[in-house]
Design a protein around this ligand. Structure first.
Ligand code: GLN
Length: 486
């Protein structure tokens, strides 16, 4: 039986009832990767041998009658900015080309504890800076729905792999939209959890006050199952929230009667793609039919979100990336006449153009004389954006918007114009600035067959409400059952 298209919960049923083995499943997934990789290039590294060994172990656990997790034996892919002990972790950057982390990220350790099979590391925009995966130093990733188009970014490899059935599910990271936007472009589900919900220990830092790790999956149930494995307090991450973490599957099937949905006027702007607008409005009507009540809410500082983000994120990135100097990590240019020249040549040759642009922007925003004008002001606007959400969530339990203003664009279409690229995240960025959770899921297709993403935002730590809204909509629609023809 062909298993690569199965969801985690379908695989769980197969594995628990011994209808198949993790070994067989893993073998099929590795075959599938071989077949589709020449078309999509979603992976940086495929860990065949380690995966097959983990599959053997999972089979023993499944056979032994010992307690198993829904993830036991299930092949999962990891974005290449998550540290994996002894497995190359590049961030799709030349500067980390040969970096072998000496430890596992907390999320990786937790997945291993469930008995999941870790199948490989996925391609991304260099250091997670980008919206199309075209900023990878190791070649681009294609969208399985149309290989001439981008898969979104920066977690484009993870989203493309899930959509192409090259893994059952994947992890991504999201600083300004990097889980949700590629999930939208590839027609899969992606959740950015509340800041602090999932440990960032072992996630290579981009902008530490905005970064969160989260799942990219084939459906909403799988998203909840992945959250069960990765969420929760971690003393190794000082920003991790010390709150009990729920069983996210438990409340999935509560109905939507009485749920208050907020529709922010600022997200339904002129110039938005008509097919995206139509699909999102239809989705809102479906939720009303399911018993939800909708009302307009205001998020008046939305127009400042992109500018605020590009000051805060670049300032943090400039500081975080100072550590790549050729001394402690892999890549180094040599010979050089002295230490300073070694730093300069290593950074010159090791970073790609977008990363350099961000370091320069961030350094500028933090430099004396400009700090007050840019960085401090951006911090103030951040507070205003956060209070917009606090106000809106007094009147609404969830807020619904499109995930991105358009469906997947063509490869090369925006690479010459950074500002156009930055605007692909116009609907996702505020969520990171405010630290709230948000999910993207498919809500329709363009006439040319490209997926369209719906975004559901929630109050801080209200992932359960977000997931339950998504689940109800998914049960009422068929979008998640469509597969690309690769
Ligand atoms: N596209 C945004 C950026 O380039 C967000 C990236 C992300 O979330 N990692 O910064």
């Amino acid at each position: 039986m062909e298993l690569t298209g199965f969801t985690i919960h379908e695989l769980q049923e197969q594995l628990k009832n011994h209808k198949t083995t993790s070994r067989e499943l893993t073998r099929q997934v590795l075959e599938r990767i071989k077949r589709v990789e020449p078309k999509i290039h979603a992976f940086m590294t495929v860990t065949d041998d380690a995966a097959l060994a983990q599959a053997e172990e999972a089979d023993q656990r499944l056979q032994s009658g010992r307690p198993v997790s829904p993830l036991t034996g299930v092949p999962i892919a990891l974005k290449d900015n998550l540290c994996t002990k002894g497995i190359r972790t590049t961030c799709s950057s030349k500067i980390l080309e040969n970096f072998m982390p000496p430890y596992d990220a907390t999320v990786v350790r937790r997945l291993k504890e469930t008995g999941a099979v870790l199948i490989g590391k996925t391609n991304m925009d260099e250091f997670a800076m980008g919206s199309s995966t075209e900023n990878s130093a190791f070649g681009l990733t294609a969208n399985p729905w149309d290989v001439n188009r981008i898969p979104g970014g920066s977690s484009g490899g993870s989203a493309s792999a899930v959509a192409a059935d090259a893994c059952a599910a994947a992890l991504g990271s999201d600083t300004g939209g990097s889980i949700r936007q590629p999930a939208a472009m590839c027609g899969v589900v992606g959740l950015k959890p509340t800041y602090g919900r999932v440990s960032r220990y072992g996630l290579v830092a981009f902008a530490s006050s905005l970064d969160q790790i989260g799942p990219i999956t084939k459906d909403v149930t799988d998203c909840a199952l992945m959250m069960n494995a990765i969420a929760g307090y971690d003393p190794d991450d000082s920003t991790s929230a010390n709150l009990p973490s729920a069983d996210y599957t438990r409340t999935l099937d509560r109905d939507l009667t009485g749920l208050r949905i907020g529709i922010p006027r600022e997200y339904f702007i002129d110039g938005m793609d008509a097919e995206v607008l139509y699909a999102v409005k239809e989705a809102i009507r479906t939720m009303e039919r399911l018993g939800a009540m909708t009302r307009e809410v205001l998020l008046p500082h939305t127009e400042y979100a992109v500018a605020t983000y590009y000051i805060l994120a670049t300032a943090e990135a400039g500081s975080n990336l100072a550590r790549y100097d050729g001394v402690k990590y892999g890549f180094r240019v040599k010979p050089t006449k002295d230490l300073l020249e070694m730093y300069m040549k290593t950074r010159q040759a090791g970073f790609g153009p977008e990363v350099k642009r961000r370091i320069m922007l961030g350094t500028y925003a933090l430099s004396s004389g400009y700090y007050d004008a840019y960085y401090r002001k951006a911090q103030c606007v951040r507070t205003l954006i956060k209070s917009d959400f606090d106000e809106a969530f007094k009147q609404a339990d969830v807020i619904i918007t499109p995930t991105a203003p358009t469906a997947a664009f063509k490869i090369g279409e925006k690479t010459q114009d950074p500002l156009q690229m930055y605007l692909s995240d116009i609907f996702t960025i505020s969520v990171n600035i405010a630290g709230i959770p948000a999910l993207s899921m498919p809500c329709g297709f363009t006439k040319t067959g490209l997926p369209i993403g719906l975004q559901i935002m929630g109050r801080p730590f209200a992932e359960e409400t977000v997931l339950r809204t998504a689940y109800a909509y998914e049960q009422a629609t068929e979008w998640h059952n469509r597969k690309p023809n690769l």
